[in-house]
Design a protein around this ligand. Structure first.
Ligand code: COA
Ligand code: AMP
Length: 685
């Protein structure tokens, strides 16, 4: 087994261990003797109190890793690297949309983190308190996260593209004492002012207000008058007023850190929460995935060396957003835990300014490993099919291109290999599969252990630590090549979620009850004869749009609030660029007559306002009724099958088969073709 011991780069070749440790025996050891396996892996971490027990198997509801150990994650990410790499770049902020690019060395990043941690302490933030971070892709996002880790506060980063109601739901659940935000974010076509969104979220939230809101003022945005925050940030729209928004004190980031005493790290238990990251479930209420400190640090450090094959001094670029798990794990924590350099990119794969943006960043910063979503590659391919915009750039530093967020479809894989990287046969394109809940890859080609042959369409083999199985509805393993529910045998490895924030019943219900002894991933797929995994899609009502995970339930809630709508069902429609797009089947209230285009436009606006622009509705189709079970549950699976043009099941539990037949007739007869909103109306009737 390859062990990386933090801070000792001499033990790590630049790319040299590949092939020294074969995958199979390492995988077997991880399952047969997990204690031995993770004891070794834990040596990569600097502990305040090293673990004497690896796993507490008796802990409920799930076993806990390193139960008697103590550490500080920020120390492991920053302080411990200083003796050897104080002047090495730790974080490269590359902005394609503003003038603010900057490189932070380890010494500089530590100074900024310790100061911000000191500012939070001065405001009374203590270990265990929650801090919501609602920021665009600027370095302050990583600084605030690491600063929370330094003082033992629990951060909850909210993706900057979420609208006020989504932010409010997270405020209500996490009950933060502090919100960290910025004056705004920059999208290619517009600028988004964050303070009005925060104010509105505070108005919508029903729990106690946070004591403070810290705002990073950005050059391009109007300066905020912190003496009178409400008046200053209120736009011309009339925001609902309440005492709550006024109660929070608004502070400028730069002033908050002025003359502050840099904070020393606080030692926390390995099992203490490092962060809560909300993700979409099947209902409208987001799930607060809780990650601990110790298991997280061990698993991420192990993954850097053994999966990505990135070590100290090398550059990793995860082209995601800090608001998603990929950003948490592979923009912020993992690269820093192993003394590597991370790139934080503010921009898009296309349009900032063109489809060569990614290749410029790779060349300028000598990126070793690029991690992106297939949808980004598809967007680049669409705009630059011959990859001409990559040619002027020197991509020789690139050792691997990893993809996740959705399945890397074979056509995109082949384009990446045959066109984009045609002159780089030594640079593998690796699909790997994981989710917010696990925090790090479940299936991958583990380049640092052994580069296995790649099979297009597959996310390769189970990663050591994950007891992967595919089960039928009754919980029996299915033979190779047969689709079923992908599950993971317990215990989950270190780094995986330890629960849902203050909601154990939901944790049990969502993940552990369907197949006792197993964690339910919510994905379906199959293993082939060689043990390669093929993930085919979600088996629940989660929609994956442009690598963003959206809940059908929350889109439905936004639509159901429209005065004309009696009920609705939202499903994901296959989309060439974004993987899926949500479409809604809508039943109108009796007697309501509304022009179809107006309804579609109003529903789209509602979804954007309630969830965010990332959840753009593709179409809204008026139907007479929705097929349901006798207990009133909408039969989304059947609707999905009809929409996709597949054979559909007539479930035995259906209340009225005629409703399903009528729906199928309406869709399949072409009387209601699905048309993107904004396109000419295909069904004026
Ligand atoms: N803050 C505010 N708004 C945001 C946002 C953010 N952080 N991110 C996206 N949006 C908005 C966009 O401005 C856009 O608004 P518009 O409809 O008013 O133009 C809308 O949300 C949709 O954006 P997006 O999903 O980015 O679609 P796009 O058509 O602009 O771009 C891609 C298409 C493929 C280039 C883009 O989706 C992409 O880069 N995807 C990769 C996603 C990713 O990396 N996910 C992480 C998984 S690992
Ligand atoms: P998230 O929690 O937002 O990271 O989304 C996780 C979900 O995205 C998974 O459960 C899958 O449905 C999907 N997903 C992520 N990576 C892949 C992949 N490589 N192949 C197939 N699906 C993926």
């Amino acid at each position: 087994m390859q062990i990386y011991r933090g801070g000792h780069p001499a033990r790590l070749g630049s790319h040299g261990v590949n092939g020294q440790h074969e995958y199979r025996p390492v995988y077997q050891t991880s399952l047969v003797d997990p204690a031995e396996f993770w004891t070794h892996a834990a040596e990569a971490i600097d502990w305040d109190r090293p673990p004497t027990q690896v796993v507490d198997a008796a802990a409920r509801p799930v076993p806990r890793w390193f139960p008697d150990a103590r550490l500080n994650t920020c120390v492991n990410a920053l302080d411990r690297h200083l003796p050897e790499r104080a002047d090495q770049p730790a974080l490269i902020y590359d902005s394609a949309v503003s003038e603010g690019s900057r490189t932070y060395t380890y010494a500089e990043l530590l100074r900024e983190v310790a100061e911000f941690a000191g500012a939070m302490l001065r405001l009374g933030v203590r270990a265990g308190d929650r801090v919501i971070i609602y920021l665009p892709m600027i370095p302050e996002a990583a600084i605030a996260m690491l600063a929370c880790a330094r003082i033992g506060a629990v951060h909850s980063v909210v993706f900057g593209g979420f609208a006020a109601p989504e932010l409010a739901a997270r405020i209500d659940d996490a009950e933060p004492v502090l919100i960290v935000t910025a004056s705004g974010g920059i999208e290619p076509t517009r600028r988004i002012e964050y303070p009005p969104i925060v104010l509105r979220a505070l108005d919508l939230a029903t729990t106690t207000a946070p004591r403070n809101v810290i705002v990073k003022q950005r050059k391009r945005f109007q300066a905020i008058d912190f003496e009178a925050p409400r008046e200053a940030v209120e736009s011309s729209d009339t925001l609902p007023s309440s005492d709550r928004t006024v109660a929070a004190r608004w502070l400028d980031w730069d002033e908050a850190v002025q003359d502050v005493e840099p904070a020393d790290p606080v030692s926390v238990a390995a099992t203490d929460p490092l962060y809560i990251l909300y993700t979409s479930g099947t209902t409208g209420k987001p799930k607060g995935v809780v990650r601990d400190n110790g298991g997280h640090a061990v698993a991420l450090a192990w993954s850097m060396r053994n999966i990505y094959d990135v070590g100290p001094g090398q550059v990793m670029w995860a082209a995601s957003d800090v608001g998603w798990v990929v950003g948490h794990s592979y923009i912020v924590y993992a690269p820093l835990l192993v003394g590597a350099t991370t790139v934080l990119y503010e921009g898009k794969p296309v349009g900032t300014p063109d489809a060569g943006a990614f290749w410029r960043v790779v060349a300028e910063h000598s990126v070793h490993v690029l991690f992106t979503a297939p949808t980004a590659l598809r967007a680049i391919r669409k705009s630059d099919p011959e990859a001409r915009l990559a040619r002027p750039h020197d991509l020789s530093s690139l050792r691997a291109l990893f993809c996740a967020g959705e399945r890397l479809d074979p056509a995109t894989y082949e384009w990446a290999v045959d066109t984009l990287l045609a002159d780089r046969p030594d640079c593998p394109v690796v699909d790997h599969w994981w989710q917010t809940e696990t925090g790090w890859p479940i299936a991958a080609d583990p380049l640092g252990l052994q580069q296995l042959p790649i099979k297009p369409g597959s996310s390769s083999v189970p990663v050591p630590g994950y007891r992967l199985r595919v089960l039928d509805a009754e919980g029996n393993p299915v033979p190779p090549g047969t689709e079923g529910n992908i599950v993971i045998g317990l215990p989950l490895p270190p780094g995986a979620l330890t629960g849902l924030w203050r909601d154990e019943p939901r944790f049990l219900r969502s993940y552990l009850e369907a197949f006792p002894g197993h964690y339910l991933t919510g994905d379906s797929g199959y293993l082939d004869d060689d043990g390669y995994l093929y993930v085919l899609g979600r088996s629940d009502d989660v929609i994956n749009m442009a690598g963003h995970r959206l809940s059908a339930g929350s889109i439905e809630a936004a639509i159901a609030g429209h005065a004309a709508v009696a009920e609705c069902a939202v499903i994901g429609l296959a989309d060439e660029l974004k993987g899926q797009r949500p479409i809604a089947y809508v039943v109108l209230k009796e007697g309501v007559d509304i022009e179809r285009d107006r309804l579609r436009a109003e529903l789209t606006t509602r979804v954007r306002e309630q969830i965010g622009a990332i959840a753009t509705l593709h179409d809204a189709i008026v139907v007479a009724a929705l097929p349901k079970t006798r207990s009133g549950k909408i039969l989304r699976k059947s609707i999905r099958q009809i929409t996709a043009g597949d054979d559909y099941d007539m479930p035995s539990t259906i209340e009225d088969p005629a409703v399903l037949v009528a729906l199928a007739d309406q869709i399949l007869s072409g009387r209601t073709p699905i048309a993107p909103i904004g396109a000419p109306d295909a069904d004026p009737a």
